[in-house]
Ligand binder design. Sequence first.
Ligand SMILES: [Cu+2]
Length: 284
Amino acid sequence: MRIIIFSLLSCWFMGAALAQEIVDHNSMLMDHGGGHLMDMGGGMVMGQNLDTLPGGCDKIAATKEITVRAGHKYAEPFPGRMFAFDVQEYQFEPCTKLTINFINEDNIRHQWMMHGLPGYLYPKGMFHLEVTGPGKISGTLILPPGDKTYLVHCDLAQHMEKGMKGQLKVGKGSGDLPSIPGVTEFVIQDNYEDAIPEEIVATDTPAASAAEANQLVTNDSWISGIMVVGLAVGLLAATLLARKFKGMAAAEVVSYIVDLIKNIVGYIVALMSGLIKKVSSSKT
Ligand SMILES: [Cu+2]
């Protein structure tokens, strides 16, 4: 009986550990005022604004709600990146009341942090969701008027550089930000050429490296040319010798080859000494 209870309990524990539940932090948050909410479990909202209209907005133009996921697995389509959001680009009408449900699927801290908002309404111009995952947290803000592109990122050390970066355009936006995975070019482009075989590099990159690749190919063909000649000579010698050695025992073959080499070396030595003699006698 004890064994049955024990095994049932351990199964339940293992199941719970494997399921990796997303903890909802929204019910645990404490409101500290000024749009700052947090709990003791690593959940935080800063710059929450449910009802104050930014200057230049006559009314709330639209009410929108989005779900953003963050995690290592979303970086998979972007070579060299480690972290990412599931969506990199957002666009909303000016003066939209926007609720973001932020789900962190990793077992570490992540943020969804927006910069460049009006400072009189958002402390340090920021709206900020944070959760130590796996977990979920939600926050609301009212977007300012005008066309502007806002930076959205995770501010933890190196998380933005490793891919957790996006842009939110209000209206038409004000251009694109660099290094957004799948959206804009990286400022510092990773170079994987050394890790890729030459053939692939040659087809991928033009000009200089293509010439280099050609050089390699020519060298290769020169080496293989010698190899072909060597193989042909070897094959010919092998057939000739095979005929000669037909019916011989292995020991006989070896002694024959040793004798052959001895004879050849002796012949060369005799030839050389004869030449040296000739040269020295002609001098005198
Ligand atoms: Cu992060």
